[in-house]
Ligand binder design. Structure first.
Ligand SMILES: Nc1nc2c(ncn2[C@@H]2O[C@H](COP(=O)(O)OP(=O)(O)OP(=O)(O)O)[C@@H](O)[C@H]2O)c(=O)[nH]1
Length: 875
């Protein structure tokens, strides 16, 4: 876009949009710093537009010479010179000063525009009439003085940095030599500079610290136009870099072309609003904006960079070879692009924005880098697992070592054990991790990886420790199973038999089981190198487990103490010292046997009262004496008989105590109160058994009394001998007696006279009378049938009669002499039921029901109906 642009209108409005279009149209952003802005200021109608048009080929509006000296240029105008290509030259024409159109008092715009030209232009032409040089009020001195002063105040320029070239153009050159005019004007400038009020930091500054003064003189355009144009051509050359007295200055502080738009806008904004801003701040502001834009452009470019997109996506998914180098190249490329774009801007801002750019770029890459760290950690940890898993699970160490060889140099040395192998695997893994970190190293970033290394070490150690603890737990389970097996059977058996040395034997059993468990541990953890603390902890846990197991068995025994006491009582009471069942004959000493059985049961109760593993012996003895005292509490006779065995129980009164003296609560299985209750329940059952025995003994005595006297037996034998021989020698008598005997016995059994008589004499006779006749008829019928069979087969019937007679004889003998055997059978039956009855007794503490006992007693009586009948009589 060529042509002329009105940058600022006559009423002070900035055409920002058009400025941008102008700069873009002339591609000034691509020139970098290879451009210059040339402006001109001076009195109204002093030929400024004419000069600029001739010098730079622009087409600013000029006043027609014939129309008079009225203002033609309103506001600030901008055009690009088509006469100078290098550097690109922007030409700015300003509204003239001293304009009559604005009035004498309205000088603000001329000051603003002059100040604007001073701030924006690289070369400011100051148009002056040659004849005004030396005059105090001429030559626009007040305006110059003002803009110099305001410039210092508003923009606070840095001394000797990018000085603005002030080209004073003396128009309508006179015969006065230029040197003379220069000298005069230089003196005027010095005085002018000295007279202005300067900020404190500029008190000692010289005019030349901020401005480079150049001069030119031109003839009158109207009168000597040809000469004017020719000299203008020469003057134009000074705006290129070709001439020796070139006005083009190269400065590092110059803003690049793409910042010119913003620079113009901010300058006018500052001037317009009269903000108390300084030039560095203004430059910083411009630099801030532009550097931020460049930074964002670089970030946007990076976000669309295919190499970066691929790297970031892959880095999140897997370990990328040479990640660090790739990432560093991308980061460096991005930052280099920024450096190139922002190199003309204020150094401090540029560096600050660069650091911000680096930080933001690194933040992007940090995500990928962290993902890479995690992948590396996972890979290394996986290597450790592959190396150690076979060893831990019991595979051959050579297999483990061959697996681990993938992580580093081969090591053919045999693995001595898990701990050594784990240490070697750990060392190789950390070495592999260190190599991996080198691949991830991003030179620009130099991220700290100490935390990652620490995590890696912790992960590996935790994994190894986890394997070790798993193995320890596994071996501990094996050892506990070994302990449980070693304890269960023997301990239960000991508790069932309840020997006198129960607790010493339980102690030995515990020690034996602990030794077996220790062996399981030592064999199972070979090579795991447990520390002393770990070994102690494991041993303690196993000890606790063993004690707990044994305690469980003992507690279970204590819970079933009642049935155990009954069993012990039955064992001692029902069997003699040789283990044979007692017959309870007439001379049996039931009270003595009873007391022995009670003492034995009391010992069982005493042994189950407290845990004695590790307990002081005195405590056990005290409990023994106290519990055995219960057995003595049975009347003076029994107490005296057992006094020697139970010792002196006076020291502890179990009948009133609620707890055992000096016994830890954890070791108490049965409190004194519970012992008393159990003993009471036991005594009730035992009394019943004793009464049974005494009844049996009474029955035996009665049976013995029913035998005929000896003299009668001898008389019968002597007097009936001949009749007996007659019967035996006469077959007819023998047969007749046999038939009568069988008939009578059959009738007796059919009527079940014994059972009927148990109801009582009168009810028995009444019942028998009712069924006597039918029974006689039935037996007679069967006898006739037998006789018929005998006629048909006499040998078979004789054999049957003989067999029944032998049974009858045996029955009579049994009824007379072996009633006690029936009682013994009942006793053994009760013994066989002891285990069934035990649980029931323990739960309810009630006696076994008589129907239950009868059920088994009847089973025993099946083989001996007479004995059964005897038992019922006893009951
Ligand atoms: N005496 C004299 N007159 C000149 C010279 N150059 C131009 N003029 C005349 O001065 C008049 C004003 O010219 P411009 O170029 O419009 O002056 P200007 O300074 O741009 O005017 P404004 O923009 O209104 O301030 C014209 O009539 C020109 O012919 C010169 O060198 N000497």
């Amino acid at each position: 876009m060529g042509g002329i642009l009105q940058v600022v209108t006559g009423d002070g409005q900035l055409n920002a949009d058009q400025i941008k279009a102008f700069i873009d149209g002339h591609k000034l952003a691509e020139t970098g710093v290879d451009y210059q802005v040339v402006a001109i200021t001076g009195p109204q109608s002093s030929g400024k537009s004419t000069l600029m048009n001739i010098l730079f080929g622009t087409k600013f509006e000029e006043m027609d010479a014939l129309s008079g000296r009225n203002q033609t240029t309103k506001g600030i105008w901008l055009a690009k010179s088509d006469k100078i290509d290098h550097p690109a030259t922007l030409v700015m024409d300003l509204e003239g000063s001293d304009g009559r159109e604005r009035g004498e008092d309205d000088t603000s715009f001329e000051r603003q525009s002059a100040l604007f030209a001073l701030a924006v232009a690289d070369v400011l032409l100051v148009n002056m009439w040659a004849k005004d040089i030396g005059r105090e009020t001429g030559a626009g001195k007040p305006l110059l003085k003002t803009i110099f002063q305001v410039n210092l105040k508003l923009f606070e320029p840095a001394p000797n940095k990018q000085r603005t070239v002030l080209l004073f153009v003396f128009r309508d050159r006179t015969k006065t030599p230029l040197s003379r005019l220069q000298q005069t004007w230089a003196e005027d400038l010095t005085r002018m500079w000295a007279s202005i009020a300067k900020p404190p930091q500029y008190e000692d500054s010289l005019f030349t610290d901020f401005f480079e003064v150049q001069y030119a003189a031109l003839p009158n355009f109207e009168d000597r136009e040809e000469e004017f144009r020719a000299e203008s051509v020469l003057l134009r050359r000074r705006f290129t870099m070709e001439e020796e007295d070139s006005l083009v200055r190269v400065s590092n502080d110059k803003l690049p072309g793409h910042a010119l738009e913003l620079h113009i806008e901010k300058c006018w904004e500052v001037i317009k609003e009269q903000k108390d801003l300084n030039l560095p701040a203004h430059k910083v502001m411009v630099a801030n904006i532009r550097c931020a834009q460049i930074m964002e452009d670089q970030l946007a470019a990076l976000a669309e960079d295919q190499a970066w997109l691929q790297l970031s996506a892959t880095a999140l998914a897997q370990l990328v070879p040479a990640f660090g180098a790739t990432a560093a190249a991308l980061i460096s490329s991005c930052i280099a692009g920024y450096d190139e774009e922002a190199r003309y801007f204020e150094a401090g801002v540029r560096q600050a924005k660069r650091e911000e750019l680096v930080a933001r770029v690194l933040a992007l890459f940090k995500v990928a880098h962290d993902a890479q760290l995690r992948h590396l950690q996972a890979k290394v940890l996986h290597g450790v697992k592959v190396a150690l898993e076979p060893t831990h699970t019991g595979s051959s160490s050579s297999a483990a070592m061959s697996s681990s060889s993938s992580m580093g140099p081969a090591n053919d040395a045999p693995a001595p054990g898990f701990s050594a192998h784990a240490a070697e695997s750990r060392r190789k893994a950390l070495q592999q991790f260190a190599h991996g970190l080198q691949d991830l190293f991003v030179a620009v970033a130099d991220w700290d990886t100490q935390a990652a290394q620490h995590e890696m070490v912790q992960s590996i150690d935790a994994y190894i420790e986890g394997l070790k603890q798993a193995k320890v737990a596994e071996v501990q389970r094996l050892a506990e199973r070994c302990l449980a097996d070693a304890l269960a059977g023997p301990a239960i058996s000991l508790l069932d038999h309840a020997p006198a040395d129960l607790w010493p034997r339980l102690g030995k059993l515990l020690a034996s089981a602990a030794a077996k468990a220790e062996q399981v541990v030592s064999e199972g953890l070979v090579g795991y190198d447990l520390s002393e603390e770990e070994q102690y902890a494991l041993a303690t846990q196993l000890d606790s487990f063993a004690n707990g197991k044994l305690e469980g068995h003992v507690q279970e025994a204590a819970h079933t103490a009642l049935s155990r006491m009954k069993d012990k009582f039955t064992e001692v009471f029902s069997r003699d010292e040789k283990g044979m069942p007692r017959a309870w004959g007439p001379r049996a000493n039931i009270p003595a046997v009873t007391q022995r059985a009670r003492l034995a049961s009391a010992k069982v109760l005493a042994q189950l009262a407290i845990l004695r593993i590790g307990a002081p012996q005195e405590l056990g003895e005290a409990v023994d004496r106290a519990v055995l005292g219960l057995a003595a509490d049975k009347g003076p006779e029994e107490a005296s008989s057992s006094a020697a065995e139970i010792g002196d129980a006076a020291e502890f009164d179990i009948m009133s105590a609620s707890e055992w003296p000096q016994a830890p609560a954890a070791s108490v299985l049965l409190t004194p109160s519970q012992c008393r209750t159990l003993w009471r329940q036991f005594a009730s059952d035992a009394n019943y058994t004793v009464q049974q025995a005494m009844a049996t003994q009474d029955a035996n005595r009665a049976a013995s009394n029913r035998m005929p006297p000896l003299w009668a037996i001898l008389a019968i034998a002597f007097l009936g001998f001949n009749e007996l021989l007659a019967v035996l020698y006469n077959p007819l008598w023998l047969i007749l007696f046999g038939i009568l005997f069988m008939f009578g016995r059959t009738v007796y059994l059919e009527l079940d006279i014994d059972a009927e008589m148990q109801r009582g004499l009168l009810p028995g006779f009444i019942s028998l009378s009712g069924k006597f006749v039918p029974t006689i008829q039935a037996v007679t019928q069967r006898t006739v049938e037998a006789a018929r069979q005998f006629i048909n087969n006499p040998q078979a019937l004789a054999h049957q009669v003989q067999h029944q007679m032998s049974e009858a004889v045996a029955a009579v003998a049994h009824a007379n002499g072996d009633a006690a055997d029936a009682v013994d059978a009942e006793s053994s039956t009760r013994q066989s039921e002891a285990s069934l009855r035990r649980r029931r007794d323990d739960n309810g503490g009630v006696e076994m029901t008589s129907s239950h006992l009868e059920k088994h007693a009847d089973a025993a009586s099946l083989a001996n109906p007479t004995a059964s009948s005897e038992r019922r009589k006893t009951k």
